[in-house]
Design a protein around this ligand. Structure first.
Ligand code: 9YT
Length: 134
């Protein structure tokens, strides 16, 4: 059994503050936990407006609080985000996320993140090769 608490985790290396100034994320479950996914509580700061493209991951995002929208770039569709909304990047969708009010989001990544990833220039997280021991 793995039990963790957000307030405790925020005081550790699990809390990652993005250098782009758009978000921070406390990663409560990671690859090393061997659950097959990672689980994060992410804050998107008010006024954030940025592009992402998770070419190597699928992501589900559930809005706990705040207001914003997500736009898929292949078709220009805009989906409002409010508490209770779940959006799923099931097609590795290139997208823009906008926060009108600071948003608290629960995010699940498959495959799981290792923990220290921040977005590359494409707005993706690079895949990290597993170390194979002899
Ligand atoms: C919603 C989203 O993808 N935000 C970027 C941060 C990400 N959820 C993370 O690394 O925890």
């Amino acid at each position: 059994m793995i039990v963790r608490n957000l307030k405790d985790a925020e005081k550790t290396e699990r809390r990652i503050v993005s250098p782009d100034g758009n978000w921070e994320s406390t990663r409560l479950l990671l690859k090393e936990d061997q659950m097959g996914f990672s689980f994060h509580i992410t804050t998107i700061y008010q006024g954030a407006n940025f592009q992402m493209h998770y070419q190597n991951h699928l992501e589900s995002v559930y809005c706990i609080s705040g207001e914003g929208e997500v736009e898929t770039l292949n078709d220009g569709a805009i989906y409002p985000i409010s508490p209770g909304t779940l959006y799923n990047l099931d097609k590795h969708d290139k997208h823009i996320l906008r926060a009108f009010k600071e948003m608290t989001l629960a995010c699940v990544f498959n495959p799981p993140l290792y923990g220290k990833e921040v977005h590359n220039t494409e707005g993706a997280y690079d895949l990290i090769a597993d170390t194979v021991s002899a």
